[in-house]
Design a protein around this ligand. Structure first.
Ligand SMILES: Nc1ncnc2c1ncn2[C@@H]1O[C@H](COP(=O)(O)OP(=O)(O)O)[C@@H](O)[C@H]1O
Ligand SMILES: [Mg+2]
Length: 305
C-alpha cells in the first residue's frame, strides 16, 4: 500500500520553478531518503505535503486522502519534524500543546510526554526553555513532538542537519527502530553518505526534478561510475591487464600492488571474470576501493542538467 502518492506536483515562486512535475510513491513501512542539494525543492515538497504551501498543480495523497481536501483527518497520522525554529517556550510546553491538540489530557497526556521524552532521551532538559537548547536538544524535542500522537508516518525535513556524528547516529537508529515497528519514514537530507545506509530507497531531486529513484543498489548500477580495484597478482603483466574488458587505467605501486580503474556500474567487473578464468594467473589479494558516494551523488545530479 502507498502511504504517500505524489503526482505531477509543480510549484513556482515568481520566476523560480521550485518543483517541476514531480511524482513518486512511498510504500508502507519503508524508510525513504529524499535527497537533493540545497535549493532543489525538498522543503517545498514537504511543506506542500502538510499544505503549509499550496501547489500550482498536481496532487499529494497521504493514506489515500488528498491533502488539499482532507488535511485535518490526515494530520493526526503524520508526525512532522520541520526544518524550522522551535517556539521560544519550555520544551514540554510544546509537547503539551501538541498532545492537547490531538485530544490527550490529564494523566494520559503526561504519560505520553514521558514516553516520547524517554524515546528521544530528553529527560535532563525538556523542561527548560528552548532558547537554552543545543542543536541536538532542539532536534530531540522536535522528534518527541512528532511522536506525540504515535503517528504511522513520520516526515522530517533535514532532521540530521547540524548534528554531531553521535547524535546523527542516534537519530538514524531511532528511525530504524520506528521502522521496525511498522512506521513509514520519509526524510530529506543533502548529504547522501549520512543517510544512505538507513534508507530502503532514495529519491534524488535536482532543480525541482526527480533525477533518480530506487534502492542505492539500483541507482549505482544505473549510472556510469569509476570503480577502483586493488590487486596483488602473478602471471600477467601490466600491458596485458590494460587490454582486459572495461579497464581504463592500470597502475603498479612500489609495493607491487596493482590499481585498476574501470567504468561501468556496480556489477562484477568484466576484467575479473577473465582473470579468474585464466589458469596462468594467480590472484593473491583482491579488494574494491570505497565508493565515493558524494561524487556519485553529484554525478547523478549533474547528469540531468
Ligand atoms: N517562499 C519562497 N519564495 C521564493 N522562492 C522560494 C521560496 N521558498 C523556496 N524558494 C525557492 O525554491 C527553490 C527550492 O527551495 P527549497 O524547497 O527550500 O529547497 P531545499 O529544501 O531542497 O533546499 C529554491 O530556489 C528557493 O530559493
Ligand atoms: Mg530545505
Amino acid at each position: 500500500m502507498s502511504v504517500i502518492e505524489v503526482s505531477n506536483l509543480s510549484k513556482s515562486f515568481g520566476s523560480v520553478q521550485a518543483l517541476d512535475n514531480i511524482s513518486f510513491d512511498v510504500k508502507e513501512g519503508s524508510i525513504i531518503g529524499f535527497l537533493g542539494p540545497n535549493g532543489s525543492g525538498k522543503t517545498t515538497t514537504i511543506k506542500i505535503m502538510m499544505q503549509l504551501l499550496h501547489q500550482d498543480s498536481g496532487t499529494v495523497k497521504i493514506f489515500g486522502d488528498d491533502v488539499s481536501k482532507n488535511l485535518q483527518e490526515i494530520k493526526s497520522k503524520i508526525g512532522i519534524i520541520p526544518d524550522a525554529d522551535l517556539p521560544k517556550v519550555k520544551g514540554h510546553t510544546i509537547l503539551k500543546h501538541t498532545g492537547r491538540y490531538a485530544g490527550l489530557q490529564g494523566q494520559a497526556l503526561d504519560k505520553r510526554i514521558q514516553e516520547t521524552i524517554s524515546i528521544v532521551g530528553g529527560k535532563s532538559f525538556y523542561k527548560r526553555k528552548t532558547q537554552t537548547f543545543s542543536k541536538g536538544q532542539r532536534q530531540r524535542i522536535k522528534i518527541a513532538n512528532a511522536l506525540m500522537t504515535d503517528p504511522p508516518l513520520i516526515i522530517a525535513d533535514e532532521p540530521t542537519a547540524g548534528l554531531d556524528p553521535v547524535s546523527r547516529r542516534q537519530f538514524l537508529k531511532l528511525v530504524e527502530n520506528l521502522s521496525a515497528e511498522g512506521k513509514t519514514i520519509f526524510f530529506s537530507n543533502h548529504v547522501i553518505s549520512e543517510i544512505e545506509k538507513s534508507c530502503d530507497e532514495l529519491i534524488i531531486l535536482s532543480e525541482g526534478k526527480i533525477v533518480s529513484q530506487g534502492t542505492i543498489k539500483s541507482i549505482l548500477s544505473s549510472i556510469p561510475i569509476t570503480n577502483t580495484y586493488n590487486l596483488y597478482l602473478e602471471g600477467i603483466g601490466e600491458d596485458d591487464l590494460k587490454e582486459l574488458p572495461g579497464v581504463e587505467t592500470v597502475e603498479k605501486l612500489k609495493n607491487e600492488q596493482i590499481i585498476i580503474k574501470t567504468s561501468g556500474g556496480a556489477n562484477t567487473p568484466e576484467f575479473l571474470k577473465v582473470l579468474v578464468n585464466n589458469p596462468d594467473v594467480k590472484i593473491t589479494s583482491f579488494s574494491k576501493g570505497q565508493l565515493d558516494l558524494e561524487n556519485i551523488f553529484l554525478k547523478v545530479v549533474e547528469n540531468e542538467k
